[in-house]
Every structure is written in structure tokens, then in C-alpha cells.
Ligand binder design. Sequence first.
Ligand SMILES: [Zn+2]
Length: 142
Amino acid sequence: MTASSRSDYWLKLGTTPEQLMRSAEGFRTMAYAPYSNFFVGAALLMDDGSIVGGCNVENSSYGVTLCAERIAMANAVSSGKINPLAIAVAGEVSSFCSPCGACRQFLAEFNPDMDVLLMQNGSITSISLRSLLPYPFKLEDI
Ligand SMILES: [Zn+2]
């Protein structure tokens, strides 16, 4: 597992990338996606070792649909947790479900260097959010 070798927090916090992905798969079962039938779950590993997740929630007014990643992060903030170390995203089995641009920006607010775990056909890949979004917008940088 590449994420384990790159980051030492997994052992320290007593979890694994595989466990985080299993959690994301669990949240995926809660997705509300009657229009696209594209079910997504996301699970964040917070710096206190807790896991906070979410699923996509669609709406008849498509534009207000929310992605699993943003819902997971909003759940974390709502619980007083603002320091994510990693996020696992579980979508369709046969292809990586990489966070959309809006979610990359949303997540970068809290940790632009977090690890993003993606899965395809049971194989987990880890990539840094920084590499997915090299120059995130930050109001204080203006
Ligand atoms: Zn998104």
C-alpha cells in the first residue's frame, strides 16, 4: 500500500487505508442518487483518529446536488473537527472516483496536502490533494 509507506499517521492512529476505504464504501450505501444512480461514499480520517463520512445527495434541481466529499467535510466541521489527514472516495467499482473540482477546492481549505485514496477494481491508489489541485484558491493569499 503506497499510502502506508508515504505517511506514518496510519500506524499512529491505528487504522489503514483499507479500513478507511471500507468506511467510504459503507457511506456509499447511504447515497441518495435517484437521478444519476451514481452512488458515492467518502470517509475522512481526522487527526484525532476519528473517521467522519458522507454520501452524495442529489436533488430534483440538479445544480444543488452535493458530493459525498463535501458532505463528509461538512459533517466533520459540524462535529468540531477541522483537521483531515486523508479522504477515501468510493464510487463505481470499475473506475476511480476522483473528487470534482469543487470538492478539491472545498477540501483544500482544511488540508491542501491530505492524501486522497481512490479505488478501482479493489486496488487502492493514494494521491495527494496538492497534486490534484496544485494552486488552490485561498483568500489570505490575495
Ligand atoms: Zn465533488
